[in-house]
Design a protein around this ligand. Sequence first.
Ligand SMILES: [Zn+2]
Ligand SMILES: [Zn+2]
Ligand SMILES: [Zn+2]
Ligand SMILES: [Zn+2]
Ligand SMILES: [Zn+2]
Length: 357
Amino acid sequence: MSGVSASEYLSQQQELEDEARKLMPWDPKSCTYEKGALRQQVFACRSHGKIGVCYSCSIQCHTKCDIVELFTKRCFTCDCGTERDTQESETGFKCQLRRNTEADIPSLQNVYGHNFEGLFCSCNKEYDPDSSAVMLQCVQGTECNEDWYHDYCIVGKDEGKTEAKAKGEEILAEGMPPLDTFDAYICWKCVSKYEYYFKRILSHPLSDKIVAHKIAHMALKSETSLNDNRKRSIEASEENQGEYSLFLKDDYSEQLKKLKDSLDKDNDKLYLFLNDLVPFLLKDEPVYEEPEEVEPSADELVSQMLQNAVDRDQVIAGISAFHTMKTRLSEYLKPFAETGQVVRKEDINDFFDTKKN
Ligand SMILES: [Zn+2]
Ligand SMILES: [Zn+2]
Ligand SMILES: [Zn+2]
Ligand SMILES: [Zn+2]
Ligand SMILES: [Zn+2]
């Protein structure tokens, strides 16, 4: 196990951190309300007025509630313990984490779409964990509030009935581009609303580097549909002619930036669209993570080893142990992940203490 290069070592460290991060939900200690509007994981509480709450509140304040995971929303402020929250509290606190006795003022920026009722997509359905349909979130979201769409609804194969729903087998709806050929999805609603701008983008020389696929919505041309209810779909296609979704390439942000820089800053509406309305398409906002709780476990592992290592031999021995420990740590953390139990600093310390003695 000797002769591990520094770069190998660092990439192993990164790998371990990634692994630890995947296995460990954070310790839900603080509500994000005071941080204001963030791109963060949001959970809808259907027991308390269908409000959206942050990750920590979903665990600590809404334990007995009917919670729907919405994944991420941009520009969202936790509504636990605000005037929107209808929760009757036994403790006297509106939010158990903020411990406020008066309801806080809710953010005006929060947009409440049908996701907060537990419904998704243009077909208005609840998420079905048993369905093998692929769902994509609209990255633009200005019109649809970052909704999630079934692959078959994207191509217009189904309007809300279940005919096209795959039964167990994992196949993409006909007409859907393979998932590895694009990086992001913009729904037909968001495209249609800003059609002028998307036409400009599609006719720009950089368009080839931005757009991977342009897929018509409800435009069934072939007779090879899996859908028995063909006639209805064809009728629908006539009503909705011209509506389409866009699938963006890996490098779309960089290329959109270039496109923006090529425009007349003062006189071009497309410049304003890119700069003011959808800046997040040009520079992705990271999803908020609790700063302290995620880092220490994996970092501590490495720094403890380095602190203990006074000479090179010990470092190498440490690295060798690091490999073994990586496997053991994964094993150790598995039950936490499986039961959804939160891993605390103490648990990680226990792990190391057992290893030391
Ligand atoms: Zn909260
Ligand atoms: Zn609740
Ligand atoms: Zn709360
Ligand atoms: Zn759908
Ligand atoms: Zn959309």
